[in-house]
Design a protein around this ligand. Sequence first.
Ligand SMILES: Nc1ncnc2c1ncn2[C@@H]1O[C@H](COP(=O)(O)OP(=O)(O)O)[C@@H](O)[C@H]1O
Ligand SMILES: [Mg+2]
Length: 263
Amino acid sequence: MTERRSPTTATASRAIAPNAIAVASGKGGVGKTWLSITLAHALAKNGRRVLLFDGDLGLANVDIQLGLTPAVDLGAVLEQNLPVERAVTRHETGGFDVIAGRSGSASLVSLTGGRLKTLADDLFALAARYDHLILDLGAGVERTVRHLASRCGLCLVVTTDEPTALTDAYAFIKLSASQDGPTNVRLVVNLANSATEGERTYGTLLKACQSFLKIAPPLAGIVRRDSRVKDSIRAQTPILTRYPGAAAADDVAAIARRLLEAP
Ligand SMILES: Nc1ncnc2c1ncn2[C@@H]1O[C@H](COP(=O)(O)OP(=O)(O)O)[C@@H](O)[C@H]1O
Ligand SMILES: [Mg+2]
């Protein structure tokens, strides 16, 4: 199991926000954005104050999945040098706050190291006003993803049973072995055909981590494949609102409950 750094741990370049949860994967299309939204919603339904941040800076789509048209987004924050809290938008029915990105924004894709650090510093300072900050990260293991993930108290790595998703999740987990990598990694198997198949997928990845990295990231949960996910995304309505009893919604609600029991 990876060791959790103490909330007060800080290096010269970063301080870790204990209440921040990064949702990462390596591979795109495994359900990070949908999971981030649903997790934010589930935690809010438990009475928690939640801020959801669209950290897929160049290909933002939290706002699209939620049907939000924020007056101020991260693109505006950077272009007009605004404080990041100006981009906070309320998702009324979900009961949580959102900071939306801007898809295709060149200034977000090509953030300099200094600007990225300042943005992250402002974001994590803002997170202190919430019980949880959830960061929907972009695919891959590039600098922005690594920097944001490394500053979160928990990193949920999402995979599916596809070999490419497993390989890319492994590549992401491997970062946690490095000095400036993510700490406290847990795995989520999404799009599982059944709980048993999800367990098997987790077992495969766990074995690789144990053999080659000498770490054993715990399982945060398995989320079943569910046709109502696509339907609710198409309707731009969170699944916990549209289909509260759906299998995939139940599975994410269970992940949220376990996070509250064992943060
Ligand atoms: N549990 C699930 N069951 C069915 N479809 C899912 C599930 N999770 C995600 N999807 C589908 O996968 C697509 C990609 O999800 P998304 O959250 O955009 O992935 P990412 O952010 O990792 O690129 C969604 O449009 C949705 O249709
Ligand atoms: Mg996404």
